[in-house]
Design a protein around this ligand. Structure first.
Ligand code: BEZ
Length: 406
């Protein structure tokens, strides 16, 4: 994919960029998109290729949902919708296919996504309409079967399947058309120096100068911030996903998530998507929201779906879903970093104070944030250009709980 729209600005800093964005996934592309609206010259450096399959945005679909156990997250999901609507004006391809969110399962279970009862309270506090469901209503209205009798659920109508590939392509195309944005791929950052209040960023193909840094390399966050002498504590999941062929063409599922008590030494949460014509039509995507073996380093990821996780998912589909052949057909993986800081799923902050020029270094790391892509792009752009965000990011700041690299 041709991405260098300008003559390569390498070597002798023909240009000092207002912002260098490290990481060309959805967050980096969205940051550049918002920088461009303010005519801020922006260089996006991507270590692999744009739209690659080696990071958190691998695959095509993600869930947009309003239910969250914390009120500020419910609010943030609602606040993201106008940003999606604005991005949608740039493409004919629907970015969100709105089918609703179904959350169901054991109401006492606390999972990485939260808990059903807490989400109901948070939505009530934010005046978000939703419907509570009994187990028989879940089975009759949404095609699940043989669920334990203690299961309960909720349905929230704004839930959607996000076309993350189309989202990235739209942002990429807007940036490509912008006179303010330069995008370089195959450009891993191998050095960051500081000189005269400028960041001097080195890749194998060239060295670039910028006034601000936005660091958004997804799971590879520590590979980059190590060069600035700090790191975050995270664990990494090589997440498996599979697609099951529909045997009943009339059946359609919403986006859904099931909360269940763990069994044995494996997790027991699953989630799924509707059939959409932009991601394996005639198939339904279902995935486990657990991994058998978390990784200590993203560079250890195999990108191979774990056979045990596939078997658990297939068994759950066989037992509890109707209208599907329970043999996984297509399979995929994606790699996510999860924060080890309690209560902080997403980290959005400036670099720690001991890093020189820290107020000009912005980073976003960890968590499941596809649903926030355009809003987060706007937040990160404001942080870089204004030194602060007009959106309240206090819940996502680390409280400087970073760790010095050795
Ligand atoms: C989410 O909505 O954040 C999510 C859904 C399924 C798996 C992981 C995260």
């Amino acid at each position: 994919m041709p991405v260098d729209k300008t003559n390569n600005p390498a070597s002798s800093f023909q240009q000092t960029y207002d912002v260098i964005v490290i990481g060309g996934g959805p967050m980096g592309l969205a940051t550049a998109y918002y920088n461009s609206k303010r005519a801020a010259s922006t260089l996006v450096l991507e270590q692999f290729t744009f739209l690659n399959q080696q990071g958190s945005s691998a695959g095509v679909s993600r869930q947009f949902r309003i239910p969250y156990p914390d009120e500020y997250m419910v609010k943030m999901a609602e606040d993201a919708l106008p940003y999606w609507a604005e991005l949608q004006t740039h493409t004919q391809q629907p970015l969100l296919t709105t089918v609703g969110t179904l959350w169901f399962g054991d109401p006492t279970v606390q999972s990485t996504e939260g808990n059903i009862a807490a989400a109901e309270l948070a939505m009530q506090a934010q005046d978000v309409p939703y419907t509570s469901l009994t187990v028989s209503e879940i089975e009759q209205q949404y095609h699940f079967k043989d669920l334990p009798q203690n299961y309960r659920g909720l349905f929230q109508a704004d839930g959607a399947s996000i076309d993350l590939l189309a989202t990235q392509r739209t942002l990429y195309d807007c940036n490509l058309a912008s006179p303010h944005v330069t995008m370089l791929e195959q450009a891993p950052v191998i050095g960051i120096e500081q000189s005269d209040q400028l960041f001097v960023v080195t890749t194998p193909g060239g060295t670039y100068a910028g006034k601000k840094l936005v660091i958004v390399p997804g799971p590879y966050i520590n590979d980059v911030i190590n060069m600035l002498n700090f790191r975050i504590e995270a664990t990494y999941w090589n997440m498996t996903s599979c697609y099951f062929k529909k045997t009943d063409p009339a059946i359609q599922y919403p986006t859904w998530f099931v909360f269940q008590q763990p069994e044995g030494n494996s997790g027991n949460q699953f989630y799924g998507f509707p059939e959409v014509d932009w991601d394996h039509p005639d198939y339904i995507r279902v995935a486990p929201d657990f991994v058998m073996t978390p990784l200590s380093d993203p560079n250890l990821a195999s990108f191979v779906p774990n056979p045990e996780e596939l078997a658990y998912t297939s068994e759950w589909v066989r037992k509890h879903m109707t209208g599907l052949d329970p043999t996984p057909h297509y399979k995929s993986t994606c790699l996510v970093a999860l924060s080890k800081i309690a209560g902080k799923e997403m980290l959005i902050d400036f670099a720690p104070r001991y890093v020189p020029n820290h107020q000009n270094i912005v980073m976003y790391a960890t968590g499941w944030a596809a649903k926030f892509v355009p809003l987060l792009g706007s937040i990160l752009s404001e942080m870089a250009l204004d030194g602060k965000s007009s959106y309240d990011i206090s819940h996502f700041q680390t409280g400087q709980r970073y760790f010095r690299s050795m």
